[in-house]
Design a protein around this ligand. Structure first.
Ligand code: SF4
Ligand code: SF4
Length: 442
């Protein structure tokens, strides 16, 4: 393990000292930080983590870049609530991702850790055909009753992280659905816009019906939808886990996949991916070839709710008489500044009653793979969220991110609440098609 006093850290030149220096140590971000609230430690707060970065990265300082240091840096949810609270405009998420990348460049990770990281981040997520095959096998595993058998034997309890991942596995939709997404889907009636669509990697396997609903909603609103096959995973999970260089490679592939000049917007319905895609310009700002292209690409990115709020949306006519509450995905609210637009979309649905959710702006504990890497803390954060959700007595919890949908649905099941989690675009699609939300099956 490297010590900044004895040898220079690999990749230290990528750390944005100017952005780090913007912190005035005022502490206004502390009350908004979920890990600080749960653990009460300065080292688990945004200010503390910024201090830890400086103390390990500055050559004259003595804090070693060791496992203890990494524990605090990796216990951060990367929810970016501290960015919203910060009066000095500290780009905490960007600094955190840089800090994790520097750690990964210098850490001597165990062989098992490196194996799993390589398998998931490099061999799986960027390869659609491999993901297709894996999720088709998972679908069969669930469909043929093997899952029931495995759970009965109790074998999952001794399988460690793999067993934990299995228990979080949602119901996989029929594989045929994802193959119905076409390269170009024409607008219903007159073409008002030409938009690109990013179905996501895991999103497209687990929430295929939400992707199909997004395309239906877009075409209903006069959009021709272009979904290029050459696109790949957005790189959000790579960035959050210190694989910055690999995320840049994925970003370039995505930029090349879209003809941005021909598109009015590029649409995403997953908040975590959207925040990363909108920040390709920052990720590639020093790249001589891609800096300008990344700026154009990021400038075209829109969350589906943001796009619908911008255009003159076709009003849905079918009524949905349900009590709905909205939970903000962190990477939509804090990462993209999109909060009013999903509510505007929901309020456009006739008959729908939108009720406020206390602390809707707080993280649900999903945070990418946080519920796998930090299961105990993730559950504590979820418990607080579920308490507030239960108070709403809503029929539906609407939220626009796959991780949040899974995490909240798990919380609903655990507490036996008579409600379900749904993406806002699914509700809108139900209203356009005259389908009751209960009939909608993911
Ligand atoms: S990103 Fe979230 S968890 Fe991390 S320091 Fe900021 S507020 Fe706390
Ligand atoms: S990150 Fe912002 S809010 Fe937090 S201590 Fe620094 S300046 Fe204050």
């Amino acid at each position: 393990m490297s010590n900044p006093q004895t040898q220079p850290l690999v990749g230290i030149e990528t750390f944005s000292w100017k952005k780090w220096d913007a912190c005035t140590h005022c502490g206004l971000c502390l009350p908004t930080c979920p890990t600080y609230r749960e653990l009460g430690l300065e080292t688990d707060s945004p200010r503390g983590r910024l201090y830890l970065m400086g103390s390990a990265f500055k050559a004259e300082n003595a804090t070693p870049l060791n496992e203890e240091w990494a524990e605090y840096i990796y216990r951060c949810l990367d929810c970016r609530a501290c960015e919203t609270a910060c009066p000095s405009g500290v780009h905490f998420g960007e600094l955190l991702e840089q800090a994790r990348a520097i750690y990964e460049n210098n850490a001597n990770r165990a062989a098992g850790y490196r194996f799993w990281n390589n398998l998931v981040f490099k061999q799986l997520l960027p390869h659609r055909e491999r993901l297709d095959l894996l999720f088709e096998l998972m679908w069969l595993y669930q469909r043929l009753g093997i899952r029931w058998l495995v759970q009965k034997t109790g074998i999952l309890k001794v399988m460690g992280r793999l067993g934990k991942m299995e228990s979080l596995l949602p119901k996989i939709p029929p594989p045929r659905l994802k193959y119905t997404i076409r390269d170009i889907t024409p607008a219903d009636g007159e073409t008002r816009y030409r938009v690109g669509f990013i179905p996501g990697c895991v999103m497209n396997q687990v929430f295929t019906e939400t992707n199909l609903a997004t395309i239906r909603v877009l075409t209903r609103n006069g959009c021709e939808v272009v979904t290029p096959r050459q696109q790949t995973c957005c790189g959000a999970l790579h960035l959050h886990n210190g694989a910055r260089d690999f995320a840049s490679t994925l970003a370039k592939q995505n930029i090349d996949a879209f003809d941005t000049g021909e598109l009015d917007a590029i649409i995403i319905n997953a908040a975590g991916c959207g925040a990363t895609l909108k920040e390709y310009d920052v990720l590639l700002e020093d790249d001589a070839v891609y800096a300008e292209k990344a700026k154009q690409f990021s400038g075209k990115m829109r969350d589906i709710s943001e796009f619908l709020a911008e255009i003159e949306m076709v009003p849905p006519t079918d009524e949905i008489h349900r009590r709905v509450t909205y939970d903000e995905p962190c990477h939509l609210l804090h990462g993209q500044g999109v909060g009013a637009q999903p509510r505007k979309v929901l309020q456009a649905i006739p008959g729908l009653e939108l009720v406020a959710l206390t602390e809707s702006e707080w993280c649900c504990g999903s945070a990418g793979i946080y519920n796998i890497t930090q299961p105990a803390l993730s559950q504590e954060i979820l418990e607080r969220k579920m308490g507030h959700i239960a108070e709403t007595h809503a029929d539906i919890v609407a939220t626009g991110n796959p991780g949040c949908l899974l995490q909240i649905q798990l919380g609903i099941q655990k507490h036996g609440l008579p409600m379900r989690a749904m993406h806002p675009v699914n509700l809108l699609d139900c209203a356009y098609r005259g389908v009751a939300p209960e009939e909608w099956e993911e």
